[in-house]
Write a protein that binds this ligand. Structure first.
Ligand SMILES: NC(=O)c1ccc[n+]([C@@H]2O[C@H](COP(=O)([O-])OP(=O)(O)OC[C@H]3O[C@@H](n4cnc5c(N)ncnc54)[C@H](OP(=O)(O)O)[C@@H]3O)[C@@H](O)[C@H]2O)c1
Length: 341
C-alpha cells in the first residue's frame, strides 16, 4: 500500500489525480496540498468528490513529510528546491509540469527558465512508459511528458523502422486542444464568450512543447524538425493531433496501420484504430487512440492520434508511472472507459 501527496491538488490535473487515486486499490492515504485553500474541504472545490473525498487541503510544507510518492501538479515555483531532499529521503517524485523534461540544461533553461540543478536533470526519467518503461521502474524522479508531446510522440515513434524512408526535417503537426489544457486560472482569452463556438490557433511561431517532442524523438531518429500548429477549441478537454510526414520511397505494400498494431500489441493504453480516431472516445480514459496510413497519391504518411489531455496527457499518465515505480500492476486504478456518445 502507498501514501501519496498531491501538490497542486486544487488545479485541474491535481483534481483529476485525486479522482483516480481515490479508487486506486493500493493507495491508502492521499494528502491534498493547496496553498490558497488550506483547511478548506477538497469537495468544496472539486464538487464531483462530495461525500467521497471531503478531507481538507493542507498547506505546502514539504519539510519532513512522510509519503511514498509526491506528485507535483503545479507550475514552476520554489518547490523545485525541495526535490533533491525528498529524493534523498527515498520519496519518489513525479512532476507534471515542463521543467526537466528536456535533458539538456541549456534548452531546459531557455524554455523553462529559473531553477537549475544538473544533477536532478541527469537523474530524471521521461515518463512515457511506451518508450521508457524499464527506466521508469527503477526511477526516483520521473517527469511526465507534456500533453501535446504524448499524442505526437506516440504517433511518430513506430516509424523509427522506416526512418530512412521519410523526410524527418519536414514533419507537419496540427493539434486541436480543449480549454482545460491552460489550467484552472481564468484569463481573458479563455473567457466563455471568447472561446464558445470558436476555434483559434495560438503560439504558431513557437510552442514550448516543440523542443520537447524533438528532443525525445531525436534520441531515436537523429534529426527531426517539427512544424507545429496548436489550436484551441471550445471543447473542455481532449487533444486531437494530425501528423503528416512525406516520403517518396515508402513501400506501398507495407500496411502501416498493421505495423502500428504490431508495435503497440502489448501496450495496455495505446489502441490502434481502423477508423479515424476522435476525441470523444478517449475522454475520461487513459487511452491514446492512433491510426496511421500511407497515402501514395500525395506521398504522405498521415497519423491521427487522440488523448484526454488531463488523463493520458497528465494525471492518468502520472498514475501509470507511479504504478511502475512502486511495482504495482501498470493498469491499476486506470480502468476507466470513455463514454459514448
Ligand atoms: N492542464 C493540462 O492539460 C496539463 C497537461 C499536462 C501538464 N500540465 C502541466 O501541469 C501543471 C499543472 O497544470 P494544471 O492545468 O493542473 O494547472 P492549474 O489548474 O493552474 O493548477 C495548478 C495548481 O498548482 C498550485 N500552484 C501554483 N503555483 C504553485 C507553487 N509555486 N507551488 C505550489 N503549488 C502551486 C495552485 O494551487 P494553490 O494555489 O491552491 O496552491 C494551482 O491550483 C502545469 O505545469 C501544466 O503546465 C497541464
Amino acid at each position: 500500500m502507498a501514501n501519496v501527496t498531491v501538490v497542486g491538488a486544487s488545479g485541474y490535473l491535481g483534481g483529476e489525480l485525486l479522482r483516480i487515486l481515490i479508487n486506486h486499490p493500493e493507495v491508502d492515504e492521499i494528502v491534498p496540498v493547496s496553498r490558497r485553500l488550506s483547511n478548506k474541504s477538497v469537495s468544496s472545490l472539486h464538487r464531483n468528490l462530495l461525500n467521497i473525498f471531503d478531507k481538507k487541503f493542507v498547506d505546502l510544507n514539504l519539510d519532513g513529510i512522510e509519503t511514498d510518492v509526491a506528485f507535483f501538479a503545479a507550475p514552476p515555483g520554489e518547490w523545485f528546491s525541495s526535490l533533491p531532499g525528498l529524493i534523498d529521503r527515498g520519496i519518489k517524485v513525479i512532476t507534471l509540469g515542463g521543467k526537466f523534461r528536456i535533458k539538456d540544461a541549456e534548452i531546459d533553461k531557455e524554455v523553462y527558465g529559473g531553477y537549475e540543478n544538473k544533477e536532478l536533470l541527469s537523474e530524471r526519467v521521461y515518463g512515457l512508459p511506451e518508450i521508457y518503461r524499464e527506466e521508469i521502474k527503477k526511477a526516483m524522479f520521473v517527469t511526465n511528458p507534456g500533453c501535446y508531446p504524448v499524442s505526437v510522440i506516440l504517433g511518430i515513434i513506430p516509424l523509427k523502422k522506416f526512418k530512412d524512408k521519410v523526410d524527418l526535417e519536414k514533419i507537419v503537426v496540427t493539434s486541436i486542444t480543449g480549454t482545460s489544457g491552460a489550467g484552472a486560472t481564468p484569463s481573458e482569452n479563455l473567457h466563455h464568450p471568447e472561446v464558445s463556438g470558436n476555434i483559434r490557433p495560438y503560439n504558431v511561431l513557437f510552442h514550448r512543447h516543440v523542443p520537447e517532442m524533438e528532443f525525445i524523438l531525436n534520441e531515436f531518429f537523429g534529426k527531426i524538425k517539427i512544424s507545429f500548429t496548436p489550436i484551441i477549441s471550445d471543447m473542455k478537454r481532449g487533444i486531437l493531433s494530425s501528423v503528416t510526414l512525406f516520403s517518396d520511397s515508402f513501400d506501398i505494400d507495407v500496411n502501416l496501420n498493421d505495423h502500428y498494431k504490431k508495435h503497440y500489441k502489448n501496450e495496455p493504453f495505446v489502441r490502434i484504430a481502423s477508423e479515424i480516431p476522435n476525441v470523444a472516445n478517449v475522454i475520461d480514459s487513459n487511452f491514446c487512440d492512433i491510426m496511421a496510413e500511407y497515402v501514395p497519391d500525395s506521398r504522405r504518411i498521415i497519423i491521427i492520434s487522440a488523448i484526454d489531455n488531463l488523463i493520458k496527457g497528465g494525471s492518468g499518465q502520472a498514475v501509470q508511472n507511479m504504478n511502475l515505480m512502486l511495482g504495482f500492476d501498470e493498469k491499476m486504478g486506470l480502468n476507466m472507459i470513455g463514454g459514448h456518445p
